[in-house]
Design a protein. Structure first.
Ligand code: DSN
Length: 456
């Protein structure tokens, strides 16, 4: 693959190799990222990228889809079996399109919808102000409690007051186990569709490590590239309960995806998804999913010992959500210092955050990718120690005007900090140790596999 690319476009080939090196030599701790297998990557880069197939298996608007039909059917069968649902659409290009298709299928323009607030871990695609979904539907929100639980009281009173057409659960920030039955009870009371967006925990559900919403939700949406460890994309699933509420629901979802929102499906993605779904039904995947949760707990417990304040006071899934308030640093500063040390995470607003979403008070970490590399509890202790060293170091050094009320001063200070921290000797020492650890847990690499096959 990379061999022809080098001939055609050495500039891009070099950048791909650099990115591969970055992924190899850093601790990828963004909870929504992962490493796909070589098999998934091969399927993604296959001839299936060349085919047009608007429509669905057995009813396409283009000729030449005999094989594509077989592949898409396989992906659907595997997804149905894995998630125990009655209908699956594997064509959405992303989670945003998946949620938009659900809204389009179920709601009329202007209908009220209810979801977790963006600043409390919700997701843009469920009616947040900056998203197109808030222009077409009337969004209302519920939040989290200070302890990181769903604010059930608020959810129920908003549901009763506004009678939403859809109640969404899920988003980008939640460190506990979702009580899907409780969501369903409220949704049923007000006659709403209950849509479980399980994008983050899709892989944990597939492996039986997190309870499934299949008996509670009408519709389940998941992206396919997070804990599920497939290619980028999404699936919309209809449950038995969903079909009972509306026997036409599957049809409405399919029509909303195509021709409603999308044209040709990305067949290489669907092919790679079929592979990932096969992988996800195996024993190794179950072990991996169990270890994600063990690692997350181990890391969370250690961080608490280092006096990090965690939203939810720990982690019951793959995610750790830190309130950096007591460390006197913001998420932006910590995330850049971590990047300097080769630990890649992301800053995130915390419930009731007084800071802006771009410079929030929180930091979000996840264990899926490092678990895919084979890391376990012992390595989590090392990572917690490095994170603590970074936070303590940031307390000791002069951060200048970072956080100053004067925006210009703040921006200048941040610019200087970014340049400095990536070259800081103390931070680079941690980076060296991070790299030593990464070398002990190599990532499947297409380049390595080509080199190995040539050497054989
Ligand atoms: N952007 C994803 C996340 O990081 O949680 C959600 O789409």
């Amino acid at each position: 693959m990379i061999i022809s690319l080098k001939k055609t476009d050495s500039e891009i080939a070099k950048l791909i190799l650099k990115e591969e090196m970055r992924q190899q030599e850093s601790l990828i701790m963004i909870p929504s990222e992962n490493y796909t297998s070589l098999a998934v990557k091969e399927a993604l880069g296959s001839v299936l990228t060349d085919k047009y197939s608007e429509g669905y298996p057995g009813k396409r608007y283009y000729q030449g889809n005999e094989i594509v039909d077989q592949i898409e059917r396989l992906a659907i069968i595997r997804a149905k079996k894995l998630f125990k649902v009655v209908h699956v659409n594997v064509q959405p290009h992303s989670g945003c399109e998946g949620n938009l298709a659900i809204l389009f299928a179920v709601c009329e323009v202007g209908d009220p919808i209810l979801s977790q607030h963006l600043y409390m871990g919700g997701h843009l695609s469920m009616g947040q102000q900056a998203s197109v979904t808030s222009k077409y539907y009337k969004p209302y929100y519920y939040g989290l409690t200070k302890e990181g639980d769903i604010n059930w009281q608020e959810l129920e009173s908003q549901a009763k007051k506004y009678r939403p057409k859809i109640i969404f659960c899920g988003g980008t920030g939640f460190t506990k186990i979702f009580d899907f039955a409780k969501f369903a009870k409220i949704a049923d009371k007000v006659g709403a569709y209950f849509v479980a967006d399980v994008s983050h925990i899709g892989g944990l559900i597939a492996a039986g490590v997190h309870p499934s919403p299949k008996n509670h939700a009408h519709i389940i949406m998941t992206t396919t590239h997070k804990t599920l460890r497939g290619p980028r994309g999404a699936m919309i699933m209809v449950t038995k309960k969903g079909l009972k509420k509306d026997p036409e629901l599957s049809l409405k979802i399919d029509k909303a995806v195509f021709p409603g929102l999308q044209g040709g499906p990305h067949n290489n993605n669907i092919t790679a998804l079929a592979v990932a779904l096969k992988e996800a039904s195996g024993f190794d995947f179950q072990q991996y999913a169990k270890q994600i949760v063990k690692n997350s707990k181990a890391l969370a417990d250690k961080l608490i010992k280092y006096d990090f304040k965690l939203i939810g006071n720990g982690s019951k899934n793959h995610m750790i959500w830190i309130d950096l308030g007591n460390k006197n640093i913001d998420g932006w500063t910590m995330a850049w210092a971590c990047e300097g040390a080769g630990i890649i995470c992301n800053r995130q607003s915390i419930p009731f955050d007084k800071k802006s979403p771009y410079y929030p008070s929180g930091l979000r970490l996840g264990t899926p990718a490092i678990t895919t590399r084979g890391m376990k509890e012992k390595e989590m202790a090392l990572i917690a120690n490095w994170l603590n060293n970074i936070a303590e170091y940031l307390k000791r050094i002069d951060l200048g005007n970072i956080g100053a009320k004067d925006k210009e001063k703040d921006q200048l200070a941040r610019k200087k900090f970014k340049q400095r921290i990536l070259k800081d000797q103390y931070i680079l020492k941690i980076k060296e140790q991070v790299q030593i650890l990464c070398h002990k847990f190599p990532v499947n690499s297409i380049v390595n596999s080509i080199v190995n096959s040539i050497n054989k």
